[in-house]
Design a protein around this ligand. Structure first.
Ligand code: SAH
Length: 263
């Protein structure tokens, strides 16, 4: 996100916005199993009179928690196959539609992710991503290569990090649960600690529409460990969502009553 010229009108507007208490947050979550504990924790209600176009599977839950209006959006189940609409396409679409409809002050993309032994990670660790990039968009032409990687910084939250016991690391996103050798090389080049299927897509849309975004990812599987990823993911999913739910609650409690510049 390019720095704005100091003293410019736009910069002053942004400064002003950053000093108002945050009033509305948008939580974006890819899977129902990840979303439900958080919906229950904040006692959110499903929006039956959908804000979204008729017929799409996207689901919005909403409510108030302390001083915050919380919207949680889940892309829902694939209309044909009935599985969660994971991945970058659904994530970008719901992020775009939700920002347009709800005008949030801050986005939290929460979910599960793979991590790496070489990064010292264990199952149930929770990471706050410092930046996000893609690992499956290879365009070996100067400058297009950088466009493909799509590196973006997440909104900086130094105080939140000081206060909460979260790990910090880079997040790398691709549309596959497994990892090809080429993708592995890109993940190493991205210096990623966590690997998911949505983060960089959410970051792209948030950047496009100038909404600050943070990424909370709980580790369900160790990509460079002994167990096959899909097996390990399914084995740990339910337990790890408890760690995710706890971290999201801590982050929301920290955010409550603060402005962006205090995070
Ligand atoms: N078989 C699973 C598929 C879910 S896809 C099921 O239907 O239950 C995995 C989801 O968890 C994605 O939303 C992704 O963001 C996250 N995830 C967890 N571990 C991952 C990994 N190792 N690589 C990529 N994404 C991962």
């Amino acid at each position: 996100m390019a720095p704005l010229g100091e003293g410019s009108e736009e910069a002053l507007v942004v400064q002003d916005e950053n000093r108002k208490p945050i009033s509305s947050i948008l939580i974006i979550i890819a899977m129902q199993t990840e979303a439900i504990p958080i919906v229950n924790k904040f006692q959110l209600k499903e929006d039956l009179d959908s804000t979204f176009p008729k017929g799409v599977p996207w689901v919005r839950y909403h409510g108030f928690y302390k001083d915050l209006r919380i919207n949680l959006v889940w892309p829902g189940k694939d209309s044909t196959l009935g599985v969660d609409s994971v991945g970058t396409i659904s994530a970008s679409l719901v992020t775009y539609a939700a920002i347009q409809a709800l005008q949030p002050d801050l986005i939290i993309n929460a979910g599960t992710a793979g991590s790496f032994k070489v990064k010292g990670a264990s199952i149930s660790d929770v990471f706050l991503a410092s930046d996000v990039a893609f690992h499956d968009r290879r365009i070996p032409i100067p400058v297009f290569d950088l466009y493909g990687v799509g590196l973006r910084q997440s909104f900086s939250t130094p105080n939140l990090l000081k206060e909460l016991n979260l790990k910090v690391g880079k997040l790398s996103t691709g549309d596959s649960l497994d990892m090809s050798p080429q993708e592995e090389a890109s993940i190493v080049a991205n210096d990623a600690s966590v690997k998911d299927m949505e983060g960089a897509a959410v970051a792209y849309v948030a950047d496009l529409l100038k909404v600050p975004a943070i990424f909370i990812k709980a580790v369900t599987d160790i990509v460079d460990g002994e167990k096959p990823t899909s097996e390990e993911f399914l084995q740990n999913l339910a337990a790890v969502t408890a760690a995710l739910d706890q971290a999201v609650t801590q982050v929301v409690d920290f955010i409550n009553g603060k402005c962006l510049s205090e995070l």
